[in-house]
Design a protein around this ligand. Structure first.
Ligand SMILES: [Cu+2]
Length: 357
């Protein structure tokens, strides 16, 4: 009997500890909310606060009632049968109606925010963006394509890193080529889904130049954690210089495609390391075998490939992942469009980097 009482206290202590944890954690969630820098962060924060403060009393009430019921209606003696209460129409109708009212209010606030303030604030009253970026998510990286105004081609494309001007209206048109991803920039503008076959939009008007990071917020596969978003917000004038420079180099850009034969220029290993990281190769090819084989030994492996030179082997492995399968791996996992993102120089640089390892 004594032991049972101890167990009761232990149970109560557990419930109390769980409650405390549950109450303490939402504060942490708040700390991850939008911070300075973005267009609509304060709106998102306000919305979060409203919902949070509606939830707090409900949570306390429900958990309090549970505790009350546990204590008040517990079985006190072995043979005692506590009161069996069943049903209460007034209460049931009340909480059903109340829930609907609360959900209705939250729905209305959210819709109002999404329909009006979310877009209008970044838009600064004008309807055309200064820069439009097509954002494409795929397993497991992000591609960006830049347009002036609402859609004038620049030819500029980047992977993983998004470069934008601060204090200007930037419209992101977000989609996906495979599964559902979510474009999340917690310190700038919240998150929005990247859905195949559908385009979602997000406005940015970043007040402070600097580096911002985000991540894919929809679990999409093995390397979901590595779908980083790197945003670099430049002073408008610096951005214009960057843009002009990139446009000139893109004009001369000739993608290598699936060309396995034209001789490559001299590669530069240091630049190759940079391209390797920009294109997200490192996500699959780390120091240890991951989604793809580790490439630390690739120099000697590649040399031992009968018939082909190390360079030819690497070139083929990068441009046509499925041409020659590394055993134990699925070649479909490696994106097959690197030939579109690389020119002869870029490919030569990556190969130089891999061979220098
Ligand atoms: Cu993802």
């Amino acid at each position: 009997m004594k032991r049972n009482i101890h167990l009761h206290w232990l149970g109560l202590a557990l419930v109390a500890a769980t409650l405390w944890l549950a109450l303490a954690l939402p504060a942490q969630v708040g700390a991850h909310g939008p911070a300075d820098g973005g267009a609509s962060r304060s709106d998102i924060n306000d919305l979060f606060s409203v919902i949070f403060w509606i939830s707090v009393p409900i949570f306390l009430l429900v958990e309090g009632l549970i505790l009350f019921a546990i204590v008040r209606y517990r079985r006190r003696h072995r043979h005692e049968m506590p009161d069996q209460v069943e049903g209460n129409h007034t209460l049931e109708v009340t909480w059903t109606v109340l829930s609907f009212v609360i959900i209705g209010v939250v729905f209305a606030l959210t819709t109002r925010f999404m329909m009006t303030r979310y877009e209008a604030e970044a838009n600064n009253g004008s309807t055309t963006p200064d820069l439009t970026v097509h954002v494409t998510g795929y397993m497991f990286n992000w591609d960006y394509e830049y347009f002036l105004g609402a859609g004038e081609e620049t030819g500029i494309k980047t992977t993983r890193k998004l470069t934008v001007p601060a204090n200007r209206n930037v419209l992101l048109e977000i989609t996906s080529t495979d599964v559902q991803h979510s474009f999340w920039l917690p310190s700038l503008a919240g998150k929005i889904d990247a859905v195949p076959g559908y385009t979602n939009t997000m406005w940015l008007n970043i007040k402070e130049p600097g580096q911002y990071t985000g991540n894919c917020a929809e679990y999409c596969g093995t390397l979901h954690y590595d779908m980083l978003i790197e945003v670099e917000a430049l002073e408008p004038a610096t951005f214009d210089t960057w843009l002009a420079g990139r446009m000139t180099s893109t004009e001369q850009f000739v993608s290598i495609g699936t060309d396995l034969d034209t001789p490559l220029p001299q590669g530069d290993a240091a630049r190759g390391a940079q391209v390797f990281s920009e294109l997200g190769c490192a996500g699959c090819h780390g120091a240890a075998p991951g989604a793809g084989p580790a490439l630390a030994q690739i120099a000697s492996d590649a040399t031992s490939h009968a018939g082909a030179s190390a360079e030819a082997f690497l070139r083929e492995s990068i441009l046509l992942p499925c041409a020659e399968q590394a055993s134990g791996y699925n070649c479909q996992i490696m994106p097959s469009n690197y030939g579109e993102k690389l020119d002869a120089q870029g490919l030569a640089d990556i190969i130089a980097y891999l061979l220098a390892n």
